[in-house]
Write a protein that binds this ligand. Structure first.
Ligand code: HEM
Length: 392
């Protein structure tokens, strides 16, 4: 019997961890017949197999798409144009153009934006009896940072942050009549308009740099801004929410971090491992090959379950525990190989600022309701995390 691992209902409870445990231990390769994903796909789960699929030398491509839903007949229309779904020379061109805007070099200028954003979050939390972290806290920082990277003028930023929150599942009452998909389209319209402005008046932002290069069409600029928008928002907000979940589920962690703030970097890595918001990435074989003894035919898709590999007990002792000072921590939360997350430095910066201020001020995170997981095979994330904060 085959199981359709694309079924999003499999990921709405903690039972997924038990399912993965067996697969990880046996280095399983599981075939899912065409169903929710029209062309069917192989799945790998262990740290070893996932690393093998994503290794730079492995004969796989992202150009048909990088997530479940892969359809051999109708490849991703952004394939070969958008950073995350392009390969080879064009991928290098885009990486060189976009990379500097997401790199550690930007840390000094972004740090003050982040510090202020986190201050506001903490103040707001202090004034509330209970809060749904997934809706009110998680989305805020990533949206602000993406605006900063793309070069949204200050006066338009609040509007775009709220629109982004709505598009990626937050809650903004001012957008009552808009669905999240419509909010995403609205953002793309906004980017389009921003591109037109930057064509006339270039600045020092990402949009201007992509235009100035001369090799990208207006649509290429648009879809690559969309890549940064999705990459920066879809994932980080769940790691931020998950940090509160971790502090709630493992109460000692907050005290350990407060006692030794130097542990913040390790804590950030553990948050990314434990939360693993990018549950999987997908690749398509460019030739017949073998992964851990399993034959894969040219054109077949392989799904690498990052979230499972990050719970591989051969790499991580007590993998389901959140160990705030875990070291070493060779997690695959940001992927690995040529497409390793280009925004990892920014995500780390966001998480570090949050963890540092939380450890200094919060005493405990107490649950108010059961955690609600998103119904998604792609994003391992939260649709609800209602908590009460206790302060020092
Ligand atoms: C790529 C995860 C934050 C932008 C990736 C990939 C993963 C990932 C797994 C690899 C995709 C693949 O192999 O197909 C995460 C996680 C984050 C995070 C877990 C937060 C905790 C961010 C942020 C940004 C960003 C903050 C930008 C502001 C990107 C981009 C790529 C990427 C542009 C494409 C890189 C390429 O294809 O060369 N991310 N990401 N990510 N991410 Fe992130």
């Amino acid at each position: 019997m085959t199981i359709d691992l694309a079924n999003p209902d499999l990921y709405t409870t903690d039972a997924r961890f038990e399912m993965w445990e067996e697969y990880i231990r046996s280095d399983a390769k599981v075939w899912s017949d065409p169903g929710i994903s029209p062309s069917g796909f192989w799945s790998v789960f262990s740290h070893r197999d996932v690393s093998a699929v994503l290794s730079p030398k492995a004969p796989f491509t992202s150009e048909y798409g990088m997530m479940i839903g892969f359809d051999a007949e109708h490849a991703d229309h952004s394939g070969g144009r958008m950073l995350v779904v392009s390969e080879g020379n064009w991928h290098s061109v885009l990486k060189r153009l976009i990379g500097p805007f997401l790199s550690r070099l930007r840390a000094p200028e972004l740090r003050s934006v982040l510090h202020e954003e986190v201050r506001e979050i903490v103040e707001r939390l202090r004034s509330q009896e209970t809060t749904d972290i997934a809706l009110t806290v998680g989305p805020r920082l990533p949206a602000a940072i993406v605006c900063e990277v793309i070069g949204v003028p200050l006066s338009e930023r609040e509007h775009l942050i709220q629109l982004t929150n709505h598009a990626f599942g937050g809650e903004e009452s001012s957008f009552d009549k808009m669905t999240p998909a419509e909010a995403h389209t609205e953002i793309l319209f906004y980017f389009h308009e921003l591109i037109e402005r930057r064509q006339k008046e270039p600045g020092t932002d990402l949009v201007s740099a992509l235009l100035a290069d001369g090799r990208l069409s207006t649509e290429d600029v648009l879809i690559n801004c969309d890549n940064v928008l999705i990459g920066g928002n879809e994932t980080t907000r769940h790691s931020i929410t998950g940090a509160f979940h971790a502090f709630q589920a493992f109460p000692g962690a907050l005290d350990t971090l407060r006692a030794d703030p130097e542990l913040a970097d390790r804590a950030v890595e553990e948050v990314v491992r434990w939360t693993s918001p990018a549950a999987h990435v997908l690749r398509v074989a460019t030739e017949d090959c073998e992964i851990g003894g399993q034959q894969i035919r040219e054109g077949q898709a392989v799904v690498a379950w990052l979230a499972a590999a990050n719970r591989d007990e051969r790499l991580f002792a007590h993998p389901h525990r959140f160990v705030v000072d875990r070291a070493p921590n060779r997690h695959l939360g940001f992927g690995t190989g040529p497409h390793h997350c280009l925004g990892a430095a920014l995500a780390r910066l966001e998480l570090k600022e949050l963890l540092t201020q939380l450890a200094a001020e919060a005493k405990a995170v107490e649950p108010r309701e059961e955690v609600r997981w998103m119904r998604s095979n792609l994003v391992q994330g939260y649709s609800g995390l209602e908590v009460s904060m206790r302060w020092r």
